[in-house]
Design a protein around this ligand. Structure first.
Ligand SMILES: [Zn+2]
Ligand SMILES: [Zn+2]
Length: 118
């Protein structure tokens, strides 16, 4: 019997109480972790840290992920999205401004025609 199989054989990640459920407890020290973990929890941590941004495919990990309009992505993609939105908004406001200018010109033309028709 190995000493690792003795008391305290509970995964610190998922708190599996029954030792027979967690036959492979390992001291996991990667990614600033220092816990006795089962294979499932280690796999979960590995997965979280190998999380890829679905938008750009960069491995950013769970800490590097954020959400923009319920869409998961990394921070640099979020920045890009916000930038895009900002530009789109500016385009819209520009079009609105133009629309007002055109109305103004049309009104001016109508006024001039009315003036000339007299
Ligand atoms: Zn676990
Ligand atoms: Zn990204």
């Amino acid at each position: 019997m190995e000493s690792a199989q003795q008391e305290g054989n509970v995964c610190q990640g998922c708190d599996k109480k029954k030792p027979e459920d967690t036959p492979n407890l390992t001291y996991y020290t990667e990614h600033h972790t220092n816990l006795l973990l089962c294979d499932d929890c280690i796999a979960k941590i590995e997965k979280e840290h190998n999380l890829k941004c679905p938008k750009c495919g960069k491995v950013v990990g769970v800490e590097g992920m954020t959400e923009y309009k319920t869409e998961p992505m990394c921070y640099s993609c979020e920045e890009k999205e916000m930038d895009k939105e900002d530009r789109a908004e500016k385009r819209i406001s520009f079009a609105k401004k133009n629309w007002k200018i055109w109305i103004g010109i049309a009104a001016g033309v109508v006024a001039a025609l009315v003036f000339l028709a007299r």
